[in-house]
Design a protein around this ligand. Structure first.
Ligand SMILES: CC(C)(COP(=O)(O)OP(=O)(O)OC[C@H]1O[C@@H](n2cnc3c(N)ncnc32)[C@H](O)[C@@H]1OP(=O)(O)O)[C@@H](O)C(=O)NCCC(=O)NCCS
Length: 335
């Protein structure tokens, strides 16, 4: 690695066992929804969406295409890259806020779709931070020698919980899936460190009121549009910038890395202005910053994983995410 010569915390802690990303894969649905099309649906404009968010278009899953379908497609691509067969997978973690159903878990549905009969399977709900939460959980199983091969997928059909009459939110989100295979791989450091956090006091900034035990579906809850996500945009924005900066600085500090040593900074793809504010505050140069939100919008747990497909072996990557909860996370990975 290109880091300073002294050993990182990860090397000291794990004595040779690594948690490395050996394969990544992503999937986005075919249908593109452009800003011009949104202009016909709500009182908005391409100019407003572009200047306030940077988003130009997003993908929308077909009616009969579910979170598990997108997750399975991304997973199969990641498995191919890693050279892993379905029967080798020991654990499947699906990070999502849009499971196919409240239960069984989408992870069980994906297990069946990819034929991973030997894998334990569960869903993880940390909203847009789900992918980093997922790899941090996977790391515990790999480092403890409990499992050798873990599949982590961030997958969302956010179009299914988007209020297409609410211009404040419907312009922001898209559908997609990103998957990673995590394994011990000699000769690389893999996941050097990850920091995840939460602040439940701010759970009302971004939430979906209906569909849980607090507000099961009734005619009234449907009429009140409670099965769609709601958001306080400005406060969410402020918290995103603050927590993403703090998390990024924390993981760099733990690894004794300067931001200049990072090959690629992959921030959560929520809003171009959030990306620029975080990059500016941590001192990342524009050429280090990965951005694909103009093409996909915010795909929540899938976004960090979709982005991660663009990296070369040996690159040092800084991933930083933020989401409902509130939740956040950052990770430094030697690819
Ligand atoms: C949602 C967001 C883009 C709004 O941008 P903003 O600069 O904060 O805009 P404001 O909330 O100040 O709204 C400005 C005006 O634009 C209007 N507006 C909102 N959405 C609009 C749209 N799609 N088209 C046109 N006008 C819109 C608002 O109604 C408001 O009008 P008003 O001043 O007459 O009340 C921004 O706050 C944001 O990105 N927040 C974070 C969202 C996020 O990341 N969520 C996911 C976290 S994982």
């Amino acid at each position: 690695m290109t880091a300073k010569s002294k050993k990182t915390r990860a090397q000291h802690d794990f004595q040779g066992r690594t948690c490395s990303i050996t394969g990544v894969g992503s999937y986005v649905p075919e249908k593109i929804l452009t800003n011009a099309e949104l202009e016909k649906m709500v009182d908005t404009s391409d100019e407003w969406i572009t200047t306030r968010t940077g988003i130009k278009e997003r993908r929308i899953a077909a009616k009969d295409e579910f979170t598990s379908d997108m997750a399975a497609k991304a997973a199969l691509r990641a498995m191919k890259m890693a050279g892993v067969t379905a029967s080798q997978i020991n654990l499947i973690i699906i990070a999502t806020v849009t499971p196919d159903m409240p239960f069984p878990s989408t992870a069980c549905l994906v297990q069946h779709k990819i034929g991973a009969k030997n894998a334990a399977a569960f869903d993880l709900e940390a909203a847009c931070s789900g992918f980093i939460y997922g790899i941090e959980v996977a790391k515990q199983f790999i480092m403890s020698h409990t499992y050798d091969t873990v599949l982590v997928v961030g997958a969302e059909k956010l179009s299914s919980i988007t209020d297409w009459k609410d211009r404040n939110t419907c312009v922001l989100f898209g559908d997609g899936a990103g998957a990673a295979i995590l394994q011990h791989r000699p000769g690389t450091q893999g996941l050097l460190t990850a920091a995840v956090g939460a602040d439940g006091e701010k759970s009302d900034l971004l939430f979906m009121p209906g569909g849980g035990s607090r507000c099961p579906a009734t005619q009234g809850s449907v009429d009140a549009r409670m099965h769609f996500l709601r958001m306080e945009g400005k406060e969410t924005f402020k918290n995103a910038v603050q927590t993403m900066c703090a998390a990024a600085k924390e993981v760099l500090r733990r690894c004794d890395l300067e931001v200049s040593q990072i090959k690629c900074f992959i921030p959560h793809q929520a809003n171009r202005r959030i990306v620029d504010a975080v990059a500016g505050r941590i001192g990342a140069k524009p050429e280090q910053v990965f951005v694909n939100l103009h093409k996909y919008g915010n795909t929540s747990a899938a976004s960090a994983a979709i982005a991660a497909g663009k990296i070369q072996r040996g690159d040092l990557i800084l991933l930083v995410v933020f989401g409902s909860g509130l939740t956040w996370g950052a990770a430094v990975i030697e690819w």
